[in-house]
Design a protein around this ligand. Structure first.
Ligand code: DC
Length: 222
């Protein structure tokens, strides 16, 4: 079988990273979580304590080194050699990442790295603009989504399991806000590529979605 590029896009909390990681493992493909890259830039910026400034943040994005170290359970993330796997999932980073990801020069820096990582094929990349901007010629494009209610429920259970105190209504509002910001930004907004397959997972479990995508990869990689 050929080693293809699989682009998985969709809104926050649709299960992209869980699914992409499982599918990548089954196929022996690399998994690139592009959201983690934008989160790393937001984290780096927050570390500086400086006021929000596009030129400054773009400079950071162009000079910092982001690395992934895939392990059985987690995809570890490092910025300039420092582990940020958990830090980039903090509420503070989550609250700031959309406006960092809306900066054109930040996106250019990330997209260039993403293309380099995926060029040889055999990769699953998830994000918001993979099928539309990063790999418009990807052999398989999937737009993974689920209702806002379902996505909030899933995140709620995930956070509860980690022992975090969360308010479901607030979570739903945050997800809806992030969808709006990501879909309405001027550069590379979240949208389904014309040739992407829409997969609504509201009524599917992880195993069903994984099997469906594996089957699609098998077809496209012939
Ligand atoms: O998937 P996530 O929640 O980790 O993504 C974090 C943020 O980064 C989210 O607000 C959207 C943005 N993002 C993006 O603009 N483009 C991507 N390819 C991936 C994520």
């Amino acid at each position: 079988m050929k080693k293809i590029v699989v682009a998985i896009d969709g809104p926050a909390g649709a299960g992209k990273s869980t699914i992409a990681k499982l599918v990548a493992e089954r196929l022996g493909y690399a998994y690139i979580d592009t959201g983690a890259m934008y989160r790393s830039v937001a984290w780096r910026f927050l570390q500086t304590g400086q006021p929000f400034d596009e030129t400054f943040i773009s400079h950071l994005a162009n000079t910092m080194v982001i690395q992934f170290k895939p392990e059985a359970k987690v995809n570890r993330v490092f910025v300039d050699g420092q582990e940020v796997t958990d830090a980039i999932r903090s509420t503070e980073v989550t609250a700031n990442v959309s406006r960092v990801a809306a900066i054109g020069a930040v996106r250019e820096a990330m997209v260039e790295q993403q293309r380099r990582m995926g060029d040889a094929g055999g990769v699953l990349m998830d994000g918001r603009d993979i099928g539309t901007v990063v790999f418009p010629n990807a052999q398989l494009k999937i737009f993974l989504t689920a209702s806002v209610e379902e996505r909030a429920q899933r995140r709620y259970k995930e956070l509860l399991a980690k022992g975090e105190q969360v308010d479901l209504v607030q979570l739903q509002q945050d997800i809806a806000d992030r969808d709006k910001q990501d879909s309405e930004r001027a550069i590379a907004p979240l949208r389904q590529a014309e040739d992407a397959l829409l997969l609504d997972t509201s009524h599917m479990n992880i195993e069903q979605v994984t099997e469906k995508i594996l089957q699609l990869v098998e077809e496209r990689a012939q």
